[in-house]
Design a binder for this molecule. Structure first.
Ligand SMILES: Cc1ncc(COP(=O)(O)O)c(C=O)c1O
Length: 382
């Protein structure tokens, strides 16, 4: 047995000491050959989670009505709870995080304006250029260290108020930052950006798809770490485990306008209380277990950092996303993904050199150990 294999076993047998796991963390035998019958370990994203039995029961029994008439009692309850939890006047349920972000961008801006955001941000890279296509804006990009912007950097990008320069219309942050590896804003850094932007007359939107991960890692309520933003979008359908849905929270006036905008986009759903029923469980109960995902991500990061050819700093893995450089293994991420998939381990690259894995409630410590063993086996067989 190689030193790394022994190390993985040792970590597993110690349970890595960080959190209570859903299933046993007993040492697993190291695989001798690809096991194609083993259950799939899906580390591609926390969007792959399946609703829990409790969510499915709640969905089956949900009280529903026509939400376009605001008559769905379960949606109304979900929106009210989201507003309460975030300390806001109102909230609106939307089918996806993308729609929540893009409604907010539309409402905050005018055609011909600039939006200051991070260059690896979701709103810029993965929302189908909607900030231009729908809102008529262009991004003014910043490379944030670990995806985290600072007021000093933002301030420099605000357009001077000169008639021949497109004005800045919005500052948009992402917390946690997906592609930068689940990194989070120190609350004082986000607060300073909001204060500075407000003083400059600019609104600030938060893409908080995984804001509960940030809150758990910081040990602070979501209301506290988001209080200065003008609007916050968060997802129920990622680490919180709901099958569908996100919420946008803000002032009553903003959410009333968001309702019309959601309808324009075809997002006025009818008896969607069936979805909101699962969402309520996601919102109320699932944040409490996110620490488990963070502990698993750290467990993976610590072991991966010792695999020859893999570069990563485990101390920069604060939540459930691990991004690591495999260029030293001589493989591309496409090749590693393919070879892992042969062993029923799913994980994607974000470019030819950087792999990303995301822990979530459907991947326990034993599954993480299987993934590690497979990576180790593939990397050491080259
Ligand atoms: C940071 C971030 N924002 C927004 C979204 C969009 O969410 P959805 O897939 O529900 O549109 C995602 C999805 O992965 C995300 O990671």
């Amino acid at each position: 047995m190689t030193v790394l294999a022994k190390f993985i076993r040792l970590l597993v047998s110690l349970g890595c000491g960080e959190a209570t796991m859903k299933t046993s963390s007993a040492p697993q035998g190291l695989a001798e050959a690809p096991d194609k019958t083993a259950p799939v370990v899906d580390l591609r994203s926390d969007t792959v989670t399946r609703p829990t039995p409790e969510m499915r029961r709640a969905m089956a029994e949900a009280e529903v009505g026509d939400d376009v008439y605001s008559e769905d009692p379960t949606i109304n309850r979900l929106e009210q709870r989201a507003a309460e939890i975030f300390g806001r006047e109102a909230a609106i349920f939307v089918p996806s995080g993308t729609m929540g972000n893009q409604i907010a961008i539309k409402l905050h801006t005018h055609h011909g304006q600039e939006i200051i955001c991070d260059e690896r941000g979701h709103i810029y890279n993965y929302e189908m250029a909607m900030l231009s296509a729908f809102s008529g804006c262009v991004p003014r990009l910043i490379h944030g260290e670990d995806g985290i912007l600072t007021w000093a950097e933002v301030k420099k990008r605000i357009a001077p108020k000169i008639y021949y320069r497109a004005p800045t219309g919005l500052v948009a942050l992402e917390n946690t930052h997906n592609m930068a590896g689940g990194t989070m804003y120190p609350p004082e850094v986000a607060d300073e950006i909001c204060d500075g932007a407000h003083d400059a007359g600019l609104p600030v939107h938060l893409d908080g798809a995984r804001i509960f991960n940030a809150a758990v890692a910081l040990g602070k309520p979501v209301a506290e770490i988001t209080r200065k933003f003008d609007s916050v979008m968060f997802c129920l359908s990622k680490g919180l485990g709901a099958p569908v849905g996100s919420l946008l929270v803000a002032s009553r006036e903003f959410i009333d306008r968001a309702r019309a905008c959601r309808k324009m986009l075809g997002g006025g759903m009818r008896q969607a209380g069936i979805l909101a029923a699962a969402g309520l469980i996601a919102l109320e109960k699932m944040p409490a277990r996110l620490g488990e995902d963070h502990a698993n991500a750290r467990f993976l990061a610590e072991a991966l950092a010792r695999v020859p050819g893999i570069k990563l700093d485990p101390s920069r893995v604060p939540t459930n996303i691990v991004v690591f450089d495999i260029s030293g293994t001589g493989m591309t991420t496409a090749e590693l993904s393919r070879r892992l998939a042969e062993r029923n381990i799913l994980m994607n690259g974000i470019n030819p050199e950087l792999m990303r894995l995301v822990t979530h409630m459907d991947v326990d410590r034993a599954a993480c150990t299987r993934a590690l063993e497979a990576i180790h086996e593939i990397c050491s067989s080259r």
